[in-house]
Design a protein around this ligand. Sequence first.
Ligand code: CO8
Length: 261
Amino acid sequence: MTAQEYSCIETYEPGGHVGAIRLNRPKVLNALSLQTMIELVDAFERFDADPNIRCIVIHGDARAFAAGADITEMSDASAVTMLERDQFARWERIRQTKTPTIAAVSGFALGGGCELAMLCDMIVASETAQFGQPEINIGVMPGAGGTQRLTRAVGKALAMELVLTGRTISARRALEAGLVNRVVPAAMYLDEALALASEIATKAPMATRLAKEAVLKAFSTTLEGGLEFERKNFYLLFATDDQKEGMDAFVNKRTPEWKGR
Ligand code: CO8
């Protein structure tokens, strides 16, 4: 698949070593169909393998980031069909993206849409954004990390309420609860996310990758295990040219020029 062959998403490079992915099924509020997930995996992996790309931004349009998995594709599925489709393997591949990722969210981020945003390292929200896990309203429950990542982000009380009632929360409430990094006026959400991505892209790429990996480790290990992991990544960076460059630039009061190695 080439980027030109995408039918559900678009990719572009707005400059500053940033790779951008736009969900592009506006008529169905960017519902995450099987084809959309196939293309998303391809786009994330393509940017992740590109040494020119140092941060990835994913967004939808003003009305919706994504209103969830495509319900029409799932409505008649049996458990066996769902197992055979093994859609969550694709989510795992996106999770393995080493490059830092930012979701720029406007409008609905529901069900799989909220889970996709939470799969990213940071979320920049428009003040119009609405987050929720409404699967309970259609007789199921979150399946792509909603019960786990939402709970880790906002705590048991709010996660339980959202998952069991299917209610949504506003961008402001999501900010208070720690789900998103910042809330900005509707006209600015994408620019703000791209600016944040550009800022991250000015840092040494190996350092941002290993730092991201270490922060994520905090969710899957003990404090002791995480500290050991952090230390190993810290030492590893002393094997990079960019560590020498960064420290030499500091000592000599100049701007570092990163090689990404
Ligand atoms: N799937 C398919 N089509 C959708 C979806 C969706 N998730 N959401 C909206 N659409 C379609 C509507 O059917 C409608 O199509 P049409 O114009 O042909 O009737 C169009 O988008 C516009 O939607 P509405 O007319 O409903 O717009 P409203 O502004 O009235 O309402 C809502 C917006 C509240 C967002 C409403 O559309 C809604 O409730 N959508 C469903 C939200 C939902 O339940 N999401 C969870 C889905 S389940 C899930 O995500 C499980 C994830 C598990 C992992 C995923 C594995 C792949």
